[in-house]
Design a protein around this ligand. Structure first.
Ligand SMILES: Nc1nc2c(ncn2[C@@H]2O[C@H](COP(=O)(O)OP(=O)(O)OP(=O)(O)O)[C@@H](O)[C@H]2O)c(=O)[nH]1
Ligand SMILES: [Mg+2]
Length: 425
């Protein structure tokens, strides 16, 4: 066979998938999701192995017998690597590699690999490398087996993969320390930016949702901007904030965030904590759901679990059922909306339903406003202008000594105008 052909085939890595259903953990669509993760990482799926077992085998995860079956499958399909849909212990990974005679990657490693390919900003890259190294540290031993010595490839890409040969535990720990320091510096800059943004007392909202649900597309539509959207998973790793102008002169700052996925690796959540703080700092959340996904209920539950872990589940949440253009049964959408008064359906692609999203946002903003009575001196009449801009002025009475104002304004502005507030008795 001509060499050029072989190289073309080699440029796409061949993955063999392993999915195990335990008794308490039966996840439909797990294999579809694992397939899209492999494709996003740049690989192709050449085979699958399914197993039902009540509890994973401590030594081989899928058990010795099934591992041998896997080895035969890998050999027959000429797979380059195996992906197991779970988090393997270092021992399970090493044992499996010895039997199947090729690289074995778990779901966490695959997701970390995608993040390594997709991180663009300094903060995103630092966070991803930190998560990769934290994951790698207890698995360093496995790197000295022959399959991992080949450089690169899915699951071992990015900063962590490239330097792994010469690493030992101490070097990895040193690098983790250095990364943490560098990150702390980048994050303090981010905090300053956030403080600057906070000076504009607009209400802030964060778009949250399962990966590929359409968060970036919705941000583009609502703000008239051009944020990167992509059918691949985890298109957005770095938060982007845009101003969205709403009817009746209202405005909010809306932040796009990294997509969630079920069983988001813990190391990754920890490393991305600062980015995810955007979610915690927002006044309210917009949960974007891909209504056309058959597994939407599971995806919504995974998002809620992550929000709970972040301590953000108690914020006001607007649920936006997106991709309505792909749902043929609109009765289903209407039923879902009827069950939750804080939800609506739209298509970020055709713009169907945008007015209803806007209405929901305005309603939440209004619910977040604080009623105040103010006596503003004429020398500070610019503050009255701010009340008009960031809230609703109900009544303004130009008295001799000052302007007496009744208004509903954002919490931020109310805090800033504390000294002019007249407390009711
Ligand atoms: N048909 C249809 N496709 C949509 C709609 N909204 C988004 N998409 C497509 O869905 C894919 C994912 O959209 P993104 O906006 O990148 O999704 P995201 O939630 O930002 O994804 P991540 O950043 O990866 O978490 C893209 O190919 C979009 O064009 C919609 O309303 N209808
Ligand atoms: Mg996005």
């Amino acid at each position: 066979m001509p060499k050029a052909n072989l190289q073309t085939i080699d440029s796409v890595e061949r993955a063999f998938l392993v999915c195990v259903e335990t008794d308490e953990n039966a996840e439909p669509y797990a294999i579809e999701e694992l397939t899209s993760l492999v494709r996003t990482a740049g690989g192709t799926v050449v085979g699958e192995l399914h197993q039902h077992r009540p509890t994973p085998d401590p030594a081989y995860y899928i058990g010795r017998g099934k591992s041998e079956e896997l080895e035969a499958g890998v050999r027959d399909t000429l797979a380059d690597f195996v992906v197991v849909d779970c988090e393997l212990t270092p021992t399970q990974q090493r044992n499996l590699q010895e039997i199947v005679q090729c690289r074995v990657v778990d779901r966490t490693q695959l997701i970390l690999d995608i993040f390594a390919q997709r991180a663009h900003t300094r903060e995103g890259k630092l966070q991803t490398e930190l998560a990769q190294l934290t994951y790698l540290l207890p698995r360093l031993m496995n790197l000295y087996t022959k399959f991992e010595r080949q450089q690169g490839g899915i699951g071992v890409r990015g900063g962590a993969g490239e330097t792994k040969l010469e690493t030992d535990r101490r070097k990895v720990r040193d690098r983790i320390g250095a990364l943490q320091e560098e990150l702390a510096e980048v994050q303090s800059q981010r905090q300053q930016q956030r403080n600057l943004r906070r000076r504009l007392p607009f209400p802030t909202a964060a778009l949250v949702g399962y990966t590929s649900s359409g968060k970036s597309t919705l941000l583009n539509l609502l703000s008239g901007s051009d944020v990167y959207a992509d059918p691949k998973l985890f298109a957005t790793l770095d938060p982007t904030t845009r101003r969205v102008i709403l009817p009746d002169g209202w405005a909010i700052l809306l932040t796009d965030t990294v997509g969630f996925i079920r069983n988001l690796p813990h190391d990754l959540v920890a490393a991305f904590r600062a980015t995810l703080e955007e979610v915690c700092e927002a006044d309210f959340l917009i949960h974007v759901v891909d209504a056309s996904a058959p597994q939407r209920e599971l995806q919504m539950a995974a998002v809620m679990t992550t929000l709970e872990e972040l301590g953000a589940a108690e914020k006001p949440i607007i649920t936006v059922l997106n991709k309505s253009d792909r749902v043929s049964d609109h009765y289903l959408l209407r039923e879902m909306v009827a069950n939750d008064p804080n939800s609506c359906y739209i298509s970020a692609r055709t713009a169907e339903g945008v007015p209803s999203v806007m209405d929901h946002i305005v309603r939440v903003i209004k619910s977040l406003l604080v009623p105040v009575t103010l006596h503003i001196p004429y020398s500070r009449s610019n503050l009255l202008a701010q009340c008009y801009e960031y809230g609703r002025v109900i009544h303004a009475d130009y008295r001799e000594d000052s302007i007496h104002v009744r208004a509903e304004i954002t919490r931020d502005l109310a805090g800033r105008l504390e000294e002019y507030r007249v407390k009711r008795r």
